[in-house]
Ligand binder design. Structure first.
Ligand SMILES: NC(=O)c1ccc[n+]([C@@H]2O[C@H](COP(=O)([O-])OP(=O)(O)OC[C@H]3O[C@@H](n4cnc5c(N)ncnc54)[C@H](OP(=O)(O)O)[C@@H]3O)[C@@H](O)[C@H]2O)c1
Length: 348
């Protein structure tokens, strides 16, 4: 049976370019789900790097302020709109929303729901929604590094990075991971060789570890240092660029650093050097064919969740905060002391 009952929702609003303390808590009535939609009761959401950029107005295509951030969510369906199979009510799903998930309840298109088995805890699942799919796609759909290869993962302690390290190790790949020294024990435990990203001899150190060059570099930092990532590749190697973290605190356009990066990657690809450079965009292909894009997401998320359920992939949960403490969660996520993902959960 489909439902038309409205729901009271508590959500966290980003009102403009503010410090984390400027986030606002709002309570309102959620409209009944429209055709093709469900109401998802949030069981876990989290803080991504994207929200750190959004509060500075530095995320490539963020909506105008004010809006509710929240890139992904794991939740339970409490109501289904017209044309949605009511069998989904009471079942747990994940969705990648880009914005809107910092809420006790949210409306989600039913086609965006990805099943989460009961065997996987909601908080554990949350750490591998956008992070897990991104890491899987970077490794298996873009770089396609074979077992026995060697890769460099920048930010190996981060949400995506720590997942990518584990996936690569599981695939029989040697991993060199950059991180600040406080996270070296964690990165080692994940199976990678840690190197300090603040070491002035960082790239020489990586070359000592991989004198013949590496098969892939996963670079979300961008800026001028992306050139060093490119130089680390052996012939046949792949640079997978997927962010511009280095420019988060710079004034100016949110799009210019990305466009500059594209120009650089294109120029390198045009050279007859036997190497390739890609920019990975999670959302690429969605407009062209939503069904096949979503199908890939579902497949890749299922692979990652399967590895979590099998104990191959250990969810990296940095901390849990109730939704009403999102400010503290964001402060922690931005403190540069965190390994893994800061997760938001419903009020106790
Ligand atoms: N292209 C896409 O479709 C896509 C999809 C998902 C994510 N991403 C990107 O993936 C990256 C990681 O996201 P996340 O949510 O996993 O972030 P996260 O958990 O906050 O981790 C960020 C990582 O980057 C490191 N880092 C941050 N700023 C840096 C800088 N200026 N120089 C060097 N390292 C820096 C951090 O090191 P410390 O802990 O030492 O600060 C940490 O290891 C972000 O850049 C995000 O935009 C892109």
């Amino acid at each position: 049976m489909n439902s038309t009952v409205t729901t009271s929702v508590t959500e966290i609003v980003l009102p403009g370019k503010v410090e984390p303390e400027g986030l606002e808590l709002r309570v309102r009535e959620l409209p009944a789900p429209a055709k093709g939609q469900v109401v998802l009761r949030m069981d876990a959401t989290g803080v991504c790097f994207a929200e750190q950029q959004m509060r500075r107005g530095k995320y490539y295509d963020q909506p105008p302020f004010p809006f509710v951030p929240g890139y992904d969510v794991v939740g339970t369906v409490t109501a289904a709109g017209p044309d949605v199979d009511a069998a989904v009510i009471g079942r747990r799903f994940a969705a990648v929303t880009k914005t809107g998930a910092w809420a006790s309840h949210l409306l989600v298109d039913a086609v965006d729901l990805m099943p989460v088995p009961d065997a996987v805890d909601a908080v554990a699942a949350e750490t591998v929604v956008v992070n897990g799919i991104t890491a899987w796609q970077l490794l298996h759909r873009v770089a396609k590094v074979a077992a026995g290869g060697t890769v460099v993962v920048l930010g190996a302690n981060g949400g995506v990075g720590s997942t990518l390290v584990q996936l690569a190790r599981h695939a029989g790949i040697t991993v060199i991971g950059t991180a600040s020294p406080r996270h070296h024990a964690t990165v080692t435990a994940l199976g990678a060789t840690p190197v300090d990203y603040r070491d002035p001899d960082l790239y020489a150190r990586i070359r000592e570890l991989a004198p013949d060059g590496v098969d892939a570099v996963f670079d979300h930092v961008g800026g001028d240092a992306v050139e060093e990532s490119w130089r680390l590749l052996r012939k046949g190697g792949t640079l997978v660029s997927y962010g511009t973290a280095a420019t988060k605190d710079e004034d100016g356009s949110s799009q210019l650093p990305v466009l500059k990066l594209f120009a650089r990657l294109n120029a390198w690809n045009a050279l007859p050097n036997g190497k390739s450079a890609h920019f990975y965009n999670f959302w690429a292909g969605k407009r062209r064919c939503r069904a096949s894009w979503q199908q890939r997401l579902n497949e890749d998320f299922a692979q990652v969740l399967g590895l979590v359920a099998d104990g191959v992939l250990t969810p990296q949960i940095a901390a849990e905060f109730p939704l009403s403490e999102t400010t503290a969660a964001l402060v922690l996520a931005e403190s540069r002391t965190v390994a893994g993902k800061v997760v938001l959960v419903p009020e106790a």
